[in-house]
Design a protein around this ligand. Structure first.
Ligand SMILES: Cc1cc2nc3c(=O)[nH]c(=O)nc-3n(C[C@H](O)[C@H](O)[C@H](O)COP(=O)(O)OP(=O)(O)OC[C@H]3O[C@@H](n4cnc5c(N)ncnc54)[C@H](O)[C@@H]3O)c2cc1C
Length: 526
């Protein structure tokens, strides 16, 4: 075991020795230098303390904004961290610093600093190409009071410049047949001080670290090593993105932590014609990058999930194991008929997500068992015809007091599979209305075999209200949440095409989404 490790902090090597395994980066920073005093006050639900992490993800070097209060020090071994202070000092003329200099963003000094980290990640994001994406890039700030138009203007300026750069690099790369490396971030098209350092990063190596109080932190590289460690330390706690563990780390002390993020088998995904198998330790942002273009409801619900720094770390396995009754992904996973693969010393088993959660709020996970992956069926033409259906309509809705960083009142997801005009299979799922997410089984059975039309849906509504119970344990506003069970299904029906009418009704007229498809590049190009 080693009692030290290093990571890169604002361009210089930082050696950590005997520091507490539970210590967060924010706590470490505020003890390191009075200039980092702002890191002493952390509230993840108010946007947290964003810093940028440089990492190698498979074969791609990426900058990701993370919350310094929700990452444990040993997780940084071999990685890079840039604080807003470091970004400003290293290259004052960087496009991000220039765009933010003297701006009036009206969000307070703290969140002004956060803006630098969020804008910095956005500048290097190869997939940030549309104006509608600014909202999810900055949601940890704009979920609270801020001058949103000024933030959007600064972002448009910065992201258009990067898009222009990428466009020029793509034209050059086209000649050598390397164009895809430009758009996927596999090639350093920036060549600045930050990316030169980023592209030097190597793969994560396994880590066995012991702190001054003999607490251990393991980061195994394979599932075999993971299982061996769990056998050796049965009380050890798994940790994936640490967005939940990090929150608890002030209150609970674990003698041993086993990190899942270096385990190859848990960080790999497999795409087949019929499904995606997604490793449980893959962060949600990366899941969206993998399936989001095809599985639009996933992209949609993730826009309302926590904030960019949390989504960049939280994993599917951590989400499921946490089993938060108001969790926003479970209804969609249930509606899509996803399955979860569990692994323990005794072997592997799998279950539909709808059977993973127990009624009292727990899960079927037994001690020592790890969520290995989640299998999500696809709706490609061949997958649908193999299921004997001609069309599949799926969507998800969440209702919360704020756009993001708020506890939802309720979340619903619906999937209707059609054989011509007839409903072959209906899956209606909800969370936030009781102690566990649930499916409206009686109504699903009622719908099967009926013609998919307004009359059928309206006939189902009274049964839905009667059979889906809203418990007081789910929180306040029980009456309102009860109403949502039915109104969200109506919304789903009217928003999507039916076999009679391919024209869906526009029910959402949010200005926020109005320019979703406008590219940054066109916005400034003459
Ligand atoms: C500020 C904030 C906002 C949030 N907003 C939302 C929201 O809008 N919607 C929503 O649904 N949720 C929200 N959450 C909750 C969030 O979904 C969870 O914190 C997150 O999914 C946990 O994932 P993780 O990888 O960080 O888990 P970790 O913190 O690493 O682990 C959490 C638990 O899961 C266990 N675990 C982790 N991975 C595995 C595995 N593969 N197998 C077995 N056990 C495992 C750990 O032992 C631990 O007990 C929010 C959380 C925060 C902090």
């Amino acid at each position: 075991m080693q009692s030290w490790f290093t990571f890169e902090l604002d361009g210089s090597e930082c050696r950590i020795e005997k520091e507490d395994t539970h210590r967060s980066l924010s706590s470490f920073l505020c003890g390191l230098d009075p200039a980092f005093q702002r890191f002493s006050e952390h509230d993840a639900w108010k946007g947290g303390l964003p810093v940028v992490m440089g990492d190698l993800e498979g074969d791609r070097h990426r900058f990701r904004v993370i919350d310094a209060g929700l990452i444990l020090l040993p997780m940084l071994a071999g990685r890079q961290i840039w604080t807003a202070e470091g970004i400003r000092a290293t290259e004052p003329d960087h496009p991000v610093n220039l765009a933010l200099e003297g701006g009036h963003f009206e969000c307070g000094d703290e969140r002004n600093t956060s803006l630098t980290a969020l804008m910095f990640e956005g500048y290097y994001r190869p997939d940030l190409r549309r104006q509608g994406q600014t909202s999810d890039q900055f949601d940890s700030i704009i979920a609270h009071t801020a001058n949103i138009p000024a933030i959007r203007d600064a972002a448009a300026q910065v992201f258009a410049s990067t898009e222009q750069l990428r466009h020029e690099a793509a034209i050059k790369a086209e000649r050598s047949g390397q164009e895809s490396t430009v758009w996927t971030g596999r090639q350093d098209i920036f060549g600045d001080r930050f990316t030169k350092k980023l592209f030097k990063l190597k793969d994560k190596s396994p880590l066995s670290y012991v702190d001054g109080s003999k607490r251990r932190f393991y980061q195994p590289g394979t599932i075999v090593d993971l299982m061996k460690l769990k056998k050796q330390y049965p009380d050890a706690r798994f940790v994936a993105g640490a967005t939940e563990i990090g929150r608890l780390s002030h209150e609970v002390e674990w003698p041993s932590l086993i990190s899942l993020e270096g385990v190859k088998e848990l960080s790999t995904s497999i795409t087949t014609e019929d499904s995606w198998e997604i490793g449980a330790a893959i962060p949600l942002t990366q899941v969206a990058e993998l399936i989001g273009r095809e599985c639009l409801p996933f992209t949609k619900i993730l826009r309302r999930f926590a904030s960019r720094p949390v989504r960049n770390r939280a994993t599917l396995g951590g989400y499921l194991a946490t089993a938060w009754p108001k969790g926003q992904l479970s209804p969609l996973l249930m509606a899509l008929n996803a399955r979860v693969l569990l692994l323990s010393e005794d072997g592997e088993r799998n279950a539909p997500i709808s059977q993973f959660f127990e009624e009292n709020g727990g899960t079927i996970l037994s001690p020592g068992e790890v969520v290995r992956s989640v299998i999500i069926p696809r709706s490609t033409e061949s997958a649908l015809s193999a299921r004997g259906v001609t069309a599949s309509i799926c969507d998800t809705y969440t209702v919360a007091p704020r756009r993001s960083l708020a506890e939802p009142y309720a979340t619903a997801a619906f999937c209707i599979e059609l054989r011509d005009r007839v409903i072959a299979k209906a899956r209606l799922a909800y969370s936030g209305i009781g102690e566990a997410p649930l499916r409206a089984r009686e109504v699903e059975e009622f719908l099967a075999g009926k013609v998919y039309q307004e009359k059928t849906i309206f006939e189902a509504l009274p049964m839905l209200i009667e059979t889906v119970e809203v418990s007081e344990a789910g929180g306040d506003h029980a009456e309102y949440r009860k109403t949502l069970i039915a109104t969200l299904l109506q919304k789903f029906f009217f928003q999507h095409p039916t076999p009679e009418s391919i024209r869906a009704k526009e029910l959402t007229a949010s200005g926020d989404f109005a320019k979703l498809d406008h590219p940054f590049f066109d916005a400034v190009a003459p």
